[in-house]
Design a protein around this ligand. Sequence first.
Ligand SMILES: N[C@@H](CCC(=O)N[C@@H](CS)C(=O)NCC(=O)O)C(=O)O
Length: 279
Amino acid sequence: MTEPQDRRGTLRFVDLETARAARGLRLVLITALPSPWSEGARALFAVKGLDALAVRFVVDDAAMAAWTGVPNAPAVMLDDEPPRSGWAEIISLGERLSPTPALVPSDPDARVLMFGLLHEILGEGGLAWSRRLLILHESLRPDDARRPRYGFPRARAELLARRYGYAPPLAARARARIIESLGVLDASLERSRAAGGRYFLGDEMTALDLYGAAAMAAVVPPADAVRPILPLLRPALEHLDAEIGAAVTPALLAHRDLMYANHLREAPPPAAAPRGPAP
Ligand SMILES: N[C@@H](CCC(=O)N[C@@H](CS)C(=O)NCC(=O)O)C(=O)O
């Protein structure tokens, strides 16, 4: 059993220049809404007691992209090491910098399962990816006087659609994939609970719990008191197909709430970026 860290790591938000000139751990994060990749990374370093400087992601900021090497977020910079933007490499960096509390299981079977489930949530075509496609589907659908649209602002949705390969025929597959992934996660919680565990893989919290709760927050967002969301963007996150809603089980929501209460709190307030929010 690993000991919990007695202190949470803190984030200090600074501007790009300050972060670039500094050394140590520096994160570029989306804060306007619970974007699972950014939300999970933020929680990971906090749980491990690692302090970092943070910069809010700004869409189309060339200087930011030149520093991080990617047009999106998150990105993690440590001293002069190459930037990391993939969830798996970010998790591995967290383990290296602060082995306790371990968020990657030492048991090889559990480790394989954890990374497999994380891929189900965060990989291309996975739960979070598919959720984004469905939000884009709603944002870009034809006008219909009988149905108000609950989407992202159009220009932003068009940019994201190009970046993440949205096309209308992909919506049905995305919906099915979300339902399938929710089922897999719920089954994992159920197995764990039957053996007396509170987390996805038993009674030890892993990175899967942090990212899984963050992904659930992108499917069914917590109240603003728990996780503030830019008002302009909240309706898009609140809007959910009934079919998907039916796959959101009480156990998944209870796990999301447990994780937010204990480990994903201190969500940064979503400051509006100068050129609009960055979903
Ligand atoms: N690099 C991440 C994925 C990051 C990602 O998809 N970021 C999105 C989250 S919605 C983003 O930054 N969107 C805003 C944009 O692309 O401008 C990973 O694969 O581990």
